[in-house]
Ligand binder design. Structure first.
Ligand SMILES: Cc1ncc(COP(=O)(O)O)c(C=O)c1O
Length: 391
């Protein structure tokens, strides 16, 4: 008998792609990291101050398993007014970031062998959790020629009696697409017709520069079959705090609580007071950080489009550019490796996100300040210039 459970031995290890590769190089100080989706901003001061006050006020004990009531009340208000989801505090579960919310969701809904459809290119970290929950990952392509838009008929081609759920990441990491209402309606119609659950990862809901973010749970008939997942991670620059939240129909949410109450009991009490300050605080703080991301996006995309062989559409949302590099004649991994070795700029290979990502790179403009991105761009320009000179 193996000492290690099959769910561990048969699932893929968590993989940090180019970040792990870059970490092995000796010239760490010279590298510019544009691969990880880690916000460059510091967490705003009023959020830190509220957390420190909570600590000094003795908010250091066990609290409600689902999350403290004032935070869940504020989240429910935000879900109703911003997302169009009719939630009350009882419909909210506070989690350790979106990662924990999706982990709880997959463990709550999957039996061994159940299939979950990921839209390719996809956020790879969802796959590991599906496998740990003994589910099977199935890929359905997005339409690369139309900005990685949703093709419901291509998704439907992957549906069979074992299909339990579809994962939607909106706005999309890595493509940066903000899905339009028509695309979401087509996906919703499919989910309803086949009685599927939609796991909706909305970690970038505020990082929207073009168009409007629509939560799929706000569409008719979808609230009862959607697990909507959010986090303070990206928009409030709180990635290290590990705090997010979920809302879903009562049967699914209480099943998720069974997972979270057993694995972490609840999220750190004083950290929840920081999140409360974030969600009830001045919206201008949030807006100014998003405006900063937009300026970096515009600068980077403009520069990328001047580089030979690179075509970069403007991402409508997220903190990533997803340039098409097929005309460089190199595959994604080779180009990412050369940029690391020859330019000291760390970007992610598009193939890391699935077969449809081949021919693209993912470059995170949210992870550095504008001056650092300017330096990275000069290095990229020098790299591409030396390639053309050699040709
Ligand atoms: C699409 C997506 N979902 C989830 C996460 C992880 O979020 P959290 O840090 O809140 O667990 C990320 C982080 O990059 C992400 O890009």
């Amino acid at each position: 008998m193996s000492r290690i459970a099959a769910r561990i031995t048969s699932s893929a290890p968590k993989n940090y792609g180019m970040y792990a590769k870059a970490a092995r190089l000796p010239n760490q100080r010279e590298l510019i990291h544009l691969e990880l989706g880690q916000p460059a901003h510091d967490t705003p001061e009023h959020i830190k101050a509220a957390t420190i006050t909570a600590l000094t006020d003795g908010k250091v004990h066990y609290s409600d398993l689902s999350g403290i009531v004032p935070l869940r009340t504020a989240i429910a208000h935000k879900l109703r007014t911003f997302n169009g989801i009719a939630a009350t505090a009882d419909d909210v579960l506070v989690t350790n970031g979106l990662t924990h919310g999706s982990f709880a969701a997959f463990f709550a809904i999957l039996d061994p062998g159940d299939e979950v459809i990921l839209l390719d290119p996809h956020y790879p970290q969802h796959a590991g959790k599906i496998e740990l929950a003994r589910g099977r990952v199935v890929s359905a392509p997005l339409d690369a020629e139309r900005g990685f838009s949703i093709r419901a008929d291509w998704i439907e081609a992957e549906v069979n009696p074992r299909t339990k759920a579809i994962v939607l990441v909106n706005p999309s990491n890595p493509s940066g697409r903000v899905y339009g209402r028509d695309e979401l309606e087509a996906l919703a119609e499919l989910a309803i017709r086949h009685d599927l659950i939609v796991i909706s990862d909305e970690v970038y809901e505020y990082n929207v520069y073009e168009g409007r973010h629509t939560s799929i749970a706000s569409l008719p008939g979808m609230a009862e079959r959607t697990v909507s997942l959010f986090a303070f991670t990206k928009s409030y620059a709180m990635d290290g705090w590990r705090i997010g939240y979920a809302t879903a129909a009562p049967d699914i949410l209480s099943a998720m609580l069974k997972v979270t109450a057993n694995d972490v009991t609840h999220v750190n009490t004083f950290v929840q007071y920081g999140a409360l300050a974030a969600i009830t605080g001045d919206p201008l703080v949030l807006r100014s950080m998003v405006d900063d991301e937009r300026a970096k996006r515009d600068f980077l995309v403009d520069a990328l489009n001047r580089m030979p062989g690179v075509v970069c559409p403007l991402p409508q949302g997220t903190i990533y550019a997803f340039p098409d590099i097929r005309r460089t004649g190199l595959d994604s991994q080779t180009l990412a490796d050369r940029l690391l070795e020859q330019a000291g700029v760390v970007v992610e290979s598009g193939a890391f996100y699935g077969a449809q990502g081949e021919g693209y790179l993912r470059i995170c403009f949210g992870s550095q300040t504008l001056p650092v991105i300017e330096t990275a761009v000069s290095r990229l320009e020098a790299f591409f210039k030396s390639r053309t000179t050699r040709i």
